[in-house]
Design a protein around this ligand. Structure first.
Ligand code: ADP
Length: 617
């Protein structure tokens, strides 16, 4: 763009002289009128023959001479005026040319500005848009390159560079004294530096020195009186020196750059916040205890968390393989999805059992997935694996019926025997036997109620174990004694050899309860003629006691569950023995309260071995 914005004053000068010429033109008009009057007078006088009578010949000559002089004056004036008008015309044309050139210049500036604002607003990547902008500017202005600095905290850092001689790493950019100065001033006006090589004092590591700038313009980028950055434009050639005119233009470019920086900051803030939100949300969804699956309106999976993947894979029918979309493509999920899409009011819920690689009970809740305008975009399904809860519920139900039975059986026999005793017509021997039965049944009841009470105390955490360092052999002896009679009754061999065991920190009462429970089970689940063996010993860290029987044994699946509360192996052979399914659960908790463990090894039809381990230290 050419520099053409001076206002021409010649035209004004010309017009001024033309205006001052007014009295001259009035004089000329008067002279012209006099000439005309005189010419008419002469003409009339000569036609009527008065000329000779009124004027002497001398007067006549003088008059004619005056007339000729006046005509010459008039012609001279007219010629002079003509010349002046011509000059004005030329000046006018020149001015018109200048104005049109200036207009073209301004139009050009506007076009550049338009393009640059488009470039800056089309990308939120400042480095990218700055490079495009500089490319454009260097074609239109006597610029050779530029640098964009951004303020971050109390530092100013080069963000983007264009057309520098050296290849700088943007993070180790040479310092620039003048830029630092402008930043320090914190004002909005551009600083124009010309003839830099001769006028500026620079150190050798200064950017201006290194890059041999001849002229430069430093434009502070201010937004709401806050310095956002600095835009530096430079030229290396003296013939392309940057001046105030470029500074004015670059100031406007600076406004655009500031706007762009603010936009980019806002965008990065919003996108960072959005990213954080998204991350938080996906972390929440991923770490949810329930499975979550989002499906679109065409039943495509939009999102699935790892719990849902796990549930779906475990519940997959053999035919569907491991592909989640295929697993989900089952009637029950399709129905839920359709229901949620159609029924906008509440969620659609189903509880159902699935037989995949393992048996699962699932509750699936499907709700419509809506966008911000409330339009339904798909369905969110929440999958909850309630297999364990349902099993526990079933166990509790079973327990109630079992415990009622367990209570009723001894009570019935107690009642029957006491009735008979009260009738009185029985021998002494019989009445002793009846009373024995009543006592046995009462003991059974009291043991069962003790177990129940202990279990509820253990559950509430109020169980108080008073432990002390003591020998364990007396406790083992007592427990064996407690079951020796029922064992003899069932014709079971009871094998036990006391070992020399070190003292151990126990509550003997509770270890006794645990051992009695194990021994009672051994008696209960070992057919007549079998044997029960109690063994003991130590390892470096613990003392162990085993209770083995040659009974009915426990299957591998059941072995995992027998220590659960209320669990009883579902088979006619075990059910016939009664029990409430709380014994082993109680044993486990008592042993664990001692810091120990209990394990079972068993084979169906061959027998079981329960091992208790108690820590020695
Ligand atoms: P229960 O009162 O039913 O015996 P437990 O908690 O003591 O309850 O035992 C749970 C289940 O474990 C029993 O119902 C039984 O099926 C099985 N069980 C326990 N001990 C033995 C054993 N020694 N031999 C075979 N099965 C056993």
């Amino acid at each position: 763009m050419a520099k053409k914005n001076e206002v021409d004053v010649d035209l004004n000068e010309e017009l001024k002289t033309l205006r001052h010429d007014k009295w001259r033109s009035q004089l000329v008009w008067m002279a012209s009128i006099i000439i005309v009057v005189l010419v008419i007078a002469f003409f009339l006088a000569s036609t009527v023959g008065l000329q000779e009578q009124v004027l002497t010949s001398y007067q006549e000559k003088t008059l004619k001479l005056g007339l000729v002089f006046m005509i010459v004056l008039l012609v001279g004036y007219l010629l002079d005026r003509e010349e002046r008008l011509r000059k004005i015309n030329v000046t006018l044309i020149k001015n018109l040319q200048k104005t049109s050139e200036m207009l073209r210049y301004r139009m050009n500036q506007l076009a550049v500005l338009n393009r640059i604002s488009l470039i800056l607003s089309s990308s939120l990547n400042m480095t990218e848009s700055f490079t495009y902008m500089m490319k454009d500017l260097c074609q239109k202005l006597p610029l050779e390159g530029g640098i964009l600095y951004l303020v971050s905290g109390d530092k100013i850092e080069a963000k983007s560079i264009y057309n520098l001689n050296e290849l700088y790493n943007i993070n180790q950019f040479p310092p620039c004294q003048r830029v630092t100065q402008v930043v320090g001033m914190g004002k909005g006006d551009p600083l124009t530096l010309t003839d830099i090589k001769t006028t500026e004092k620079m150190s050798q590591d200064d950017l201006f020195y290194k890059e041999e700038f001849d002229s430069a313009i430093i434009v502070p980028l201010m937004s709401n009186n806050i310095l956002k950055g600095v835009f530096l434009a430079f030229s290396r050639k003296p013939e392309k020196s940057l001046g105030p005119e470029e500074a004015d233009f670059l100031k406007i470019i600076g406004l655009q750059l500031t706007l762009s920086i603010s936009n980019s900051e806002l965008y990065s803030k919003v996108s960072t916040e959005k990213l954080m939100e998204e991350r938080k949300l996906s972390a929440v969804i991923e770490n949810m205890g329930d499975g979550v699956v989002a499906l679109d309106r065409s039943f495509n999976i939009l999102l699935v968390n790892s719990v849902a993947k796990n549930i779906l894979t475990r519940s997959a029918p053999e035919s569907s393989g491991s592909d989640l979309a295929t697993i989900l493509n089952q009637q029950i999920y399709l129905d839920l999805w359709r229901e949620a899409l159609l029924n906008h009011e509440g969620p659609a819920v189903r509880e159902f059992d699935v037989e995949g690689p393992s048996h699962l009970t699932l509750i699936v809740l499907a709700t419509p997935l809506k966008d911000v305008l409330g339009r339904i975009e798909g369905v969110i399904m929440v999958l909850r694996d309630v297999t364990h809860e349902r099993e526990v519920m079933k166990l509790k139900d079973d327990f109630i019926s079992t415990i009622s039975h367990e209570l009723r059986t001894p009570l019935t026999s107690i009642k029957a025997y006491t009735d008979m005793l009260m009738e009185g017509a029985i021998s002494k021997e019989d009445s002793v036997n009846y009373l024995k039965v009543v006592k046995e049944e009462t003991d059974r009841l009291s043991l069962l109620l003790d177990d129940l009470l202990d279990l509820s105390l253990l559950r509430s955490g109020k169980y108080d174990l008073e432990r002390s360092l003591q020998a364990i052999n007396p406790t083992i002896d007592m427990a064996i004694n407690a079951i020796s009679q029922p064992a003899v009754k069932k014709n079971l061999k009871l094998l036990y050899e006391a070992k020399d065991l070190p003292p151990v920190t126990i509550s003997s009462n509770h270890i006794y309860r645990a051992l009695v429970n194990l021994l009672q089970n051994a008696v209960k689940y070992t057919p007549e003629g079998g044997s029960i063996t109690v063994n003991s010993g130590t390892d470096p860290n613990y003392l162990w006691i085993t209770v083995s029987d040659t009974g009915i044994g426990i299957g591998p699946e059941e072995q995992l569950k027998i220590f659960d509360k209320f669990y009883q192996v579902e088979s006619s052979s075990t059910r016939s023995h009664g029990g409430a399914g709380i014994g082993l659960s109680l044993v486990k908790q008592l042993i664990e309260l001692h810091g120990g463990t209990i394990e079972v090894a068993s084979e169906v039809g061959k027998g079981s071995t329960f091992t208790i381990k108690l820590p020695l230290r």
